[in-house]
Design a protein around this ligand. Structure first.
Ligand code: GTP
Ligand code: SPV
Ligand code: MN
Length: 580
């Protein structure tokens, strides 16, 4: 197979000359192709068969122990001007970056197959969707891309009609962290990634294309590419609101998007549109409309059980690729937080005895088709997407941030997003539990200068007629003993209920310097097991702590110098002044 797109054909030839593969294979996305790949990976040891009686069509992949998470320190945005990448990105001059990685790609695919993966991010017939082609020497990447994107012949046909596509070149190289780079060339719509087989480093449609490159394109073209879930909330009267929410990696997007309502809130229904990435455009009526560019979920496994999230738990019982989980004696996948079974083999494939530390890697993941989700929204495939009523920002904050508050207006909401902070997690290599600024949950993913990005966000005030309301949430407050104060998971629906009722102008709040907070009487407390003192603590503002927070946000903004919009600084000064 080949293609009528000359630039694609030439690029594949050029890459083959550089990387010297034993063969070239064009992926069609067919079932037969997938079965053959899985067979081959079972034979090579890339995949391990899990218990097919309890977990039909489920497989385990063990990655190299040095290659289990995103590597932010090895991820670069290579723009002609360093300023355009901004202090939020590692930068390398494009010519130098190409030379550096091309030297590593030379001969990298010797003895291996080069796979050409045409893919479409978003419904194949949506004007909001964008296509790309990933070249890789990893069959695991092919199998994952098949689940995560609309991959194969249909995507190739769209590329041939449209002409343009994002080029992503990937090789696992020698998996050495010393020779690992994730390079982005937004001005050339090109990605080059070598030395890692892990999710965000290797499935180039996801963070590399749909966030870093797409955020750059979105700024040029007047739309938004965000690290957000998209969910529908249907109230007992049958009205549905769609919400988009940006939380940093491993801070609860998949779980919120698949929320199971508590028994004490009958009549509420949740629909998942997306769990990680959201592309939004202003529609003809002046509203923000969102599509999920992905077709599957690459989700955090630990913590998933029938009580925290029955939907997710059911979803991953078949047709799932697990990465770096532990295994029981009878071949079932196992992870921390699963409330049944005993692991006998750890994520590295070594014998496991309880007390040895985590059996599954804290960043172990599942890859599964979105269609396996029992509450999958049929609108996830709609070319026109869904209208967004509210945008949520949120982080993992043991202190300071209350359970929920609403921004005063759009510009203040942009400050709320820009100033977001969260404790680091196992989703990226490095120390965990350290509070860092993570603007709009895009610190690792914005393909250009945050100063310009905030300006782009502010500009929607003039582009749209009916903007979503903006809120901030925090499920992760802790008490003096270190315990979570809020039960989270399904109970988060109480917060979402208040949010949708705010959007409908049906419920009150108290006015504070940082925004509108629900009072106890504004909140659905029926059947909630949280004592009054805890609830009051969750719904209050500590003025002294917030003054410090706002000053720190001011210092953070200073890093971006002249690129920080004046309107954003004005918002920061206004909140600080209101705090007294
Ligand atoms: P990425 O895929 O990395 O972008 O992560 P995500 O934002 O989708 O996070 P996910 O929903 O997978 O949750 C990450 C971890 O947080 C899991 O271990 C969850 O069990 C836990 N978690 C999710 N929601 C809540 C919550 O409401 N409360 C508490 N305490 N933990 C939660
Ligand atoms: C994240 O880290 O935010 C993820 C997983 O969603 S990865 O695809 O590896 O980036
Ligand atoms: Mn993510």
């Amino acid at each position: 197979m080949s293609t009528s797109n000359v630039s694609l054909k030439n690029w594949v030839d050029e890459v083959a000359r550089l990387t010297q593969p034993a063969s070239i294979y064009w992926c069609t996305g067919s079932d037969a192709e997938n079965s053959n790949l899985i067979e081959a990976m079972l034979e090579s040891g890339d995949l391990i068969k899990l218990n097919q009686t309890t977990h039909p069509n489920c497989y385990l992949h063990r990655s190299d122990p040095s290659d289990v998470a995103r590597v932010e320190h090895l991820t670069f945005v290579c723009t002609r001007s360093k300023e355009d990448a901004g202090p939020n990105n590692n930068w390398m001059e494009p010519g130098e970056a190409h030379r550096k990685v091309d030297a590593l790609f030379a001969g990298a695919m010797r003895g291996r197959t080069l796979y050409v993966i045409p893919y479409c991010m978003g419904p194949i017939d949506s004007p909001y969707s964008r296509c790309g082609v990933e070249i890789t020497d990893s069959p695991y990447v092919v199998a994952n891309m098949r689940i995560m994107t609309r991959m194969g012949t249909e995507a190739l046909r769209r590329i041939e009609r449209e002409g343009s596509f994002v080029k992503g070149l990937h090789s696992i190289g020698d998996l050495s962290p010393e020779r690992r780079y994730i390079m982005h060339f937004p001005e050339e719509l090109t990605i080059k990634s070598i030395g890692s087989g892990y999710g965000g480093n290797a499935l180039l449609g996801k963070k590399c294309h749909a966030l870093r490159i797409a955020s750059w394109q979105a700024r040029d073209e007047g739309w938004l590419a965000e690290h957000m879930l998209i969910m529908g909330l249907q109230n007992p009267e049958g009205r549905t609101h769609y919400i988009a929410a940006a939380f940093p990696s491993a801070c609860g997007k998949t779980n919120l998007a698949m929320l199971v309502p508590p028994a004490s809130m009958p009549g509420w229904k949740i629909w998942t549109v997306g769990d990680d990435i959201c592309w939004m455009q202003v529609d003809d009526e002046g509203r923000l409309r969102a599509i999920n560019p992905e077709a599957g979920y690459f989700g955090v496994v630990p913590g998933t059980n029938s009580k925290t999230n029955h939907n997710a738990y059911d979803m991953i019982r078949r047709d799932t690729i697990f990465t770096n989980v532990a295994v029981t004696a009878d071949g079932q996948p196992w992870w921390e937080g699963l409330e049944e079974g005993t692991p006998t083999t750890n994520w590295k494939g070594q014998p496991y005895t309880p007390g040895d530390g985590p059996a599954a890697h804290p960043n172990s993941r599942f890859t599964v088709s979105a269609k396996r989700n029992p509450i999958y929204s049929t609108l996830a495939d709609a070319p026109e997407g869904v209208p967004i009523s509210a945008i949520l920002f949120g982080g993992r904050r043991r202190e300071v941030a209350p359970l929920v508050y609403e921004a005063h207006d759009w510009a203040h909401g942009v400050l709320v997003g820009a100033g977001m902070a969260s404790e680091t997690t196992a989703a990226a290599v490095g120390q965990t539990g350290v509070v860092r600024r993570d603007s709009m949950a895009m610190k690792p993913f914005c393909g250009y200068n945050f100063g310009d990005y905030w300006q782009h966000w502010l500009s929607f005030e003039h582009k749209a007629k009916q903007l979503p309301r903006i809120f901030h949430v925090n499920w992760f407050r802790r008490d003096a003993q270190g315990r979570f104060m809020w039960p989270g998971f399904g109970e988060n629906l109480r917060v979402l209920r208040w949010i949708t009722e705010r959007c409908e102008g049906k419920v009150g709040a108290q006015e504070t310097a940082i925004g509108h907070l629900p009072r106890r009487q504004d909140f659905d407390l029926y059947g909630l097991d949280v004592d009054t003192a805890t609830l009051d603590a969750l719904l209050s503002v500590d003025a002294a702590a917030w003054r410090t927070e706002m000053q720190e946000i001011g210092t953070y903004l200073d890093q971006f110098g002249a690129r920080v919009p004046d309107a954003l600084r004005a918002q920061q000064r206004k909140v600080l002044a209101a705090l007294g």
